[in-house]
Design a protein around this ligand. Structure first.
Ligand SMILES: [Mn+2]
Length: 329
């Protein structure tokens, strides 16, 4: 694996994008608003510069994103492969081996980025990759339109929990303001992304909350979505996206854990933490990664194995914090 990406500045990146063509833009598997919004905004923007662009998503794209998906196809042989919001090549899911060593450019904001691409533009101060894509298109002189604004707004709003998380900066709001000036459909997007739940999701949440567990003086809450629950409620992958933040919204909880069974005896764990707990540090212990407040990892075995593994990693971090608190007393 190439672990020494050439690090690009914004100017280098824009130069590169101008000089190349026939783009294949890749999103991560289990796509979220940021990877999709970034990929399609990039596609729409580069097309305006006369470039040929195709987006590939390793998984089916949930219909709720239909309003900015540009399905237009044109015939070309891809020359330049760009991964957006993809911190690690393995996050390409079933496609990662096909693209190993073949990613020309990676545009990302994850501090855990594994430098797998030939070139990397990484801005870990950006709340969302879409924030960077806004700056890139702006720098390239692309004329923004409502579709691009909607795609970018989706990326930024979903990665910030609708501008609620600690990753929001002055710049996040400045870019959002620019998107408003372009005519972004913010209220409609917010309703679709944050205020609408499918019935199967509500049923799933009821069952998941029934099995909720509290640990470590109620500072940790775990929620598990087993295959059985998924089968009984018919909930989709995107229905399960919000489970991790459900637990963190409980009073006194510093770390919310969502354990999703993705196939028999394989559990994808999502962590949401508040300061001073670092979700990325905890998940790294189990081979995963992510951001300080939101990270993930995968554990194989039984549900109990998965729970034991993540709880012991969390316990270590909580003990370190408690020890630190004692020293400062
Ligand atoms: Mn992102």
């Amino acid at each position: 694996m190439n672990s020494n990406s050439i690090i690009l500045t914004l100017a280098d990146l824009c130069q590169y994008l101008k000089e190349h063509d026939n783009y294949l833009v890749l999103t991560h598997a289990s796509p979220d608003g940021d990877t999709l919004g970034s990929a399609y905004a990039l596609k729409l923007g580069l097309k305006k510069l006369g470039k040929k662009v195709q987006v590939i998503c390793p998984d089916e794209i949930p219909h709720k994103y239909d309003y900015f998906i540009d399905d237009s196809e044109c015939d070309f042989i891809p020359e330049t492969v760009v991964a957006v919001d993809v911190a690690d090549i393995k996050l390409l899911g079933d496609m990662w081996q096909r693209f190993e060593g073949r990613i020309d450019l990676n545009i990302d904001h994850h501090i855990s980025n594994t430098n797998y691409a030939k070139r990397l533009y990484l801005d870990e101060t950006a709340s969302a990759t879409a924030e960077s894509v806004y700056e890139i298109l702006d720098e390239l002189g692309v004329e923004f339109d409502r579709n691009i604004a909607n795609a970018l707004y989706t990326g930024i709003s979903t990665d910030t929990g609708c501008f609620k998380y600690a990753n929001v900066t002055v710049r996040t709001h400045e870019i959002a303001a620019k998107l408003y000036a372009i005519g972004v459909d913010a209220a409609d997007i917010n309703r679709i992304m944050f205020d609408t739940k499918s019935k199967s999701r509500v049923k799933m949440e009821m069952m998941v909350l029934n099995g909720a567990e509290f640990h470590f003086d109620d500072r940790c809450m775990t929620l598990a979505v087993t295959l059985d629950i998924q089968k009984q409620t018919g909930c989709s992958k995107s229905d399960m996206e919000g489970v991790a933040s459900m637990s963190r919204s409980v009073e006194g909880v510093l770390v919310g854990v969502a354990i999703k069974e993705t196939e028999k005896n394989v559990f994808k764990i999502s962590l949401r933490t508040y300061d001073p707990l670092d979700a990325s540090e905890i998940c790294k212990k189990l081979g995963g990664g992510g951001h300080k407040a939101a990270a993930g990892c995968t554990v194989e075995g039984s549900l109990k194995d998965a729970k034991d593994a993540i709880l012991s990693a969390i316990k270590e971090s909580l003990e370190e914090i408690d020890a630190g608190a004692n020293i400062t007393k």
